[in-house]
Design a protein around this ligand. Structure first.
Ligand SMILES: NC(=O)c1ccc[n+]([C@@H]2O[C@H](COP(=O)([O-])OP(=O)(O)OC[C@H]3O[C@@H](n4cnc5c(N)ncnc54)[C@H](O)[C@@H]3O)[C@@H](O)[C@H]2O)c1
Ligand SMILES: [Fe+2]
Length: 382
């Protein structure tokens, strides 16, 4: 079987990318846009750079601000209703993973029947739907570059993962100007999500010579720049490097796949509405320690990318040092050391086990875990 590398048609990176995107859209004649965002971003006035750029290019738009973190099917339904009521022709997502994933799910429903979560799994979307531009405001999920959408089915309390190449945005935009004001806790959580993407992609069973360089470079950039972005939010270089790092991580995991960190993290995310990046960051060293023996040489290279001087170490020692370095970085950027601090109890774990094993991110993990081992991993992360 051949290897498929899937990327957005066009990606715009760097300061002023949003204005450049509007200029590009002026040549596309896609009609009226529905901007899909969350109320907090609209309230902060961050959407202004987008709406002003669209006005300058005379591109008509309507605004939908009904997305919340960990978006649900109900929010997708409200979005598709707004799309039709406002007679829109294409979608512009503006936000982190939550607005971008919601816009991807709305895109499905512009051309396919039913609910978006009916398309959970891999490759189930039949019709591509309307064009989608994704402007990313966190660094982060890289949802602007990937074929995934994560939507919570609130009735079943489960995060459904929809993976389909139809969901890759036509234009991906990373303008660090809108990232300068991200609060330190969200900077840390989203940055650790990106680190998890890079690391899981690098040790994934689906890793490939075409994805390894971007995964390793993402790890090195995040180690270098995430602590700076957390401590000095207005540091323009740190924000730009983190935007690039999370995109590189997205390039890697979109084709190489993820693993057990994400499969396990989706469960507390769904039942307790916790930030995705924090769930990943807590589980990352625990799952990495579990996976280490299946991929010693790769964990040794991860240690070097994390800044460990591995010159005097054999791979075994270096692979252990990688786990240590992960814990240290998480602590440095203020990630809680366990789920208990977030109100999780031991009795919450039982309900997550089967869902974690069935999560579409699990099969790419380098080491297969039994139900008991998954329970043990959650206990270690408490
Ligand atoms: N599609 C994918 O490939 C993929 C990958 C990983 C995670 N996810 C999903 O994405 C979601 C998480 O996305 P996220 O971590 O980007 O966060 P998010 O979109 O949920 O946003 C978190 C918070 O940050 C705020 N925020 C966003 N940008 C900001 C800015 N520039 N300045 C100030 N505040 C800002 C938002 O208003 C919100 O309150 C989860 O549902 C997760 O499961 C998707
Ligand atoms: Fe993620």
């Amino acid at each position: 079987m051949s290897f498929q590398l899937a990327l957005p048609g066009i990606s715009l990176h760097g300061y002023e990318a949003i204005a450049d995107m509007a200029r590009l859209l002026a040549q596309k004649n896609w009609g009226k846009a529905l901007i899909v965002t969350d109320a907090q971003l609209a309230g902060l006035g961050l959407t202004r750079s987008l709406t002003e750029s669209l006005q300058q290019q005379a591109i008509p738009y309507a605004l939908f601000t009904g997305v919340a973190p960990n978006p649900t099917e109900e929010q997708v339904q409200a979005g598709i209703a707004a799309f039709h009521a406002q007679q829109c022709d294409f979608l512009i997502a503006f936000g982190g993973g939550s607005p971008i994933d919601t816009a991807k799910a709305i895109k499905i429903l512009t051309a396919n029947p039913g609910r978006s979560v009916d398309y959970a799994g891999v490759g189930k979307v039949r019709q591509p739907g309307v064009p989608l531009v994704a402007i990313n405001t966190t660094a982060g999920t890289a949802a602007e570059a990937t074929s995934n959408a994560v939507i919570t089915d609130s009735a079943r309390q489960i995060k459904q993962v929809i993976i389909d190449s139809h969901l890759i945005p036509d234009i991906a935009v990373d303008d660090p100007a809108v990232m300068l004001g991200i609060p330190p806790d969200i900077t840390a959580a989203t940055g650790m999500d990106a680190l998890t993407h890079a690391l899981e992609a690098y040790v994934s069973l689906g890793a490939h010579v075409l994805t390894d360089p971007s995964a390793l470079e993402a790890i090195a950039l995040i180690r270098r720049w995430l602590p700076v972005a957390v401590a000095e939010g207005q540091n323009r270089e740190a924000r730009e490097m983190m935007a690039c790092a999370q995109y590189l991580a997205g390039m890697a995991f979109n084709s190489a796949g993820l693993g057990l960190v994400h499969a396990l993290a989706h469960q507390p995310g769904a039942t307790h509405d916790l930030p995705h990046g924090v769930c990943n960051a807590i589980l990352l060293p625990v799952v990495a320690a579990f996976n280490r023996s299946a991929s010693v040489a790769r964990f040794a290279r991860i240690a070097a990318a994390l800044g460990v001087d591995t010159s005097a170490m054999d791979d075994e020692a270096a692979s252990h040092a990688a786990i240590q370095a992960l814990r240290q970085l998480a602590g440095q950027v203020g990630i809680p050391s366990g789920f208990r601090q977030l109100g999780i109890k031991e009795s919450d774990i039982e309900g997550w086990l089967d869902k974690a094993l069935a999560d579409p991110c699990a099969p790419a993990n380098p080491r297969t875990a039994t139900r008991e081992q998954v329970r043990e991993l959650y206990l270690q992360a408490l």
